[in-house]
Design a protein around this ligand. Structure first.
Ligand code: AMP
Length: 234
């Protein structure tokens, strides 16, 4: 039999549009992992690796980390065993060099399956990002008003400390939006031209966005894996 088709989703949308939240939710239903370049950089910063120290300067300014480093990092991640059915890209690619590199990496496996874009207005993005709190241990994302943890400042999942990302301070957010429109938003046209773009209203509650996302995926023939959560009775 020919090699099984893999599912590669590229989540598009400005910072704070909910890509990470949705990728985290959907990786379980789809059975393919979230690959967040931002999360990989942050975990390298936490571990004080050479890569992390290099990336931090760019991230704190809201600028992109250089392409060669980022692309190599994604290549290494894709070679790991859990990526052999596909992945959900969250925060990659972010410019035209990266999109071309990604096409090259995925060419042997059928290329990108779909690029859903989460549409959210800029003022909403600002509100979301400045209220966002992230777990230092597991990266789970909260919002001080819309999705607060049970105990303030503490992650529901593992008790980790919740913090405001260094690049989520208002001044940096403005630059990240600027970088998004200048460098990343042309990819919307790129995927549209390939017939791979799917619009999702990102200004709804996380559950509603997930539902719309699942509908869009189903419309494009992307099958939802049913996890064997219920075991047969003895
Ligand atoms: P994110 O968590 O996706 O918002 O990413 C946080 C920061 O990490 C970005 O503002 C960039 O500085 C850096 N970063 C994440 N993904 C990429 C990428 N694909 N290319 C370059 N820099 C990235």
């Amino acid at each position: 039999m020919s090699m099984k088709q893999r599912t590669y989703l590229v989540f598009m949308g400005p910072p704070g549009s909910g890509k990470g939240t949705q990728a985290r939710i959907l990786q379980d239903s789809l059975g393919i992992p979230q690959v967040s370049t931002g999360d990989i950089f942050r975990s390298n910063i936490k571990d004080k690796t050479e890569l992390g120290m290099m990336a931090k300067g760019y991230m704190d300014e809201g600028e992109l980390v250089p392409d060669d480093v980022t692309i190599q990092m994604v290549k290494r991640r894709l070679a790991e065993g859990d990526c052999d059915r596909g992945v959900i890209f969250d925060g990659f690619p972010r410019n035209l060099v990266q999109v071309v590199a990604l096409d090259g990496m995925l060419a042997p496996h059928g290329g990108v399956s779909l690029a859903p874009i989460l549409d959210v207005r800029d003022d909403e993005v600002m509100r979301r990002i400045t209220g966002r709190r992230v777990c230092r241990l597991c990266g789970e994302v909260y919002h001080i008003r819309h999705n607060p943890p049970q105990v303030e400042g503490v992650c529901d999942r593992d008790g980790g400390e919740l913090y405001l990302r260094d690049d989520d301070h208002p001044n940096t957010v403005v630059n990240r939006l600027f970088v998004y429109y200048k460098q990343t938003s042309p990819l919307v046209g790129y995927y549209f031209a390939k017939g791979l773009l799917a619009n999702v209203n990102g200004s709804q509650s996380p559950d509603e966005v997930t539902e719309d996302m699942l509908n869009v995926l189903a419309e494009h023939g992307i099958v939802i894996r049913v996890s064997p959560l219920v075991y047969p009775a003895r």
